[in-house]
Design a protein around this ligand. Structure first.
Ligand SMILES: [Zn+2]
Length: 235
């Protein structure tokens, strides 16, 4: 199996995992991954449980598609995000229910819980409405995403980005949970938002979160401290 077949399989597996986890419904949603001189993207209208690796569509960075299958109707925002954000390798879009509820109310997700830090900022911004599959929607998406890892699409859904399939998937999982938490706090009369100063500390700590000691820049003072190392083995 060549590496692109493996990648095509991983794309389908990620879409299936997204639906199985309740983070999307039916054949809504779409996924792209950067490759040399272009990107791979899920095809239009084929259910994930019947999608095969050969149906994943190749596109170049001039907006042409190759092969027998038409790319997702949302190829424009995948294309525009991958062009505008060289730090991004994967773009994931879904209609996750709680994200969509907030998007239908045109509400941003504020810093209601420290895990908002996984979105790469202190806010998951909601874009204005534009019809699906349009360039207008892509312009809205790019503006709402900015340099962060997630945004909501007005009356539509959510986009997350990452450097890997697992990374973009994890951001989607977290943002959907944040959306659920935020809706819950609003139903209880409103939660206590974290301040800018509190979020600064969170964002600093996220730079060392989930990393081994050797991977951490010693200049970062605000860090997640491990316990004291006691040697190689307890006994
Ligand atoms: Zn959509």
């Amino acid at each position: 199996m060549d590496s692109q077949t493996a990648l095509r399989k991983d794309i389908i597996a990620t879409c299936q995992k997204m639906n199985a986890a309740g983070l999307n419904v039916g054949s809504a949603g779409n996924l792209s991954v950067r490759i040399k001189d272009g990107f791979l993207i899920t095809p239009s209208g084929i259910p994930y449980d019947r999608m095969t690796p050969d149906q994943i569509v190749e596109m170049d960075l001039d907006g042409h598609y190759y092969g027998d299958f038409i790319p997702s109707s949302e190829w424009r925002f995948h294309y525009d995000i991958l062009k505008a954000r060289p730090d991004v390798e994967v773009v994931l879009h879904s209609h996750a229910t709680h994200c969509a509820i907030l998007a239908c109310c045109h509400l941003d997700i504020p810093p209601i819980h420290y895990m908002i830090g996984v979105s790469g900022g202190t806010l998951v911004k909601c874009s204005g409405y534009a019809p699906f599959g349009t360039q207008e929607l892509s312009v809205e998406a790019l503006a709402a995403l900015g340099s962060r890892n997630a945004c909501l699409l007005g009356n539509h859904g959510v986009i997350t980005v990452g450097q890997t399939l697992a990374g973009a998937f994890n951001v989607l999982e977290e943002v959907e949970n944040l959306a659920r938490i935020y809706i819950g706090t609003r139903l209880l009369g409103g939660g206590a938002l974290l301040s800018e100063g509190q979020m600064d500390v969170v964002l600093q700590r996220f730079k060392t979160y989930g990393k081994q000691a050797s991977e951490i820049d010693p200049a970062i003072t605000e860090r997640v401290e491990p316990p004291v190392h006691g040697g190689q083995h307890l006994h």
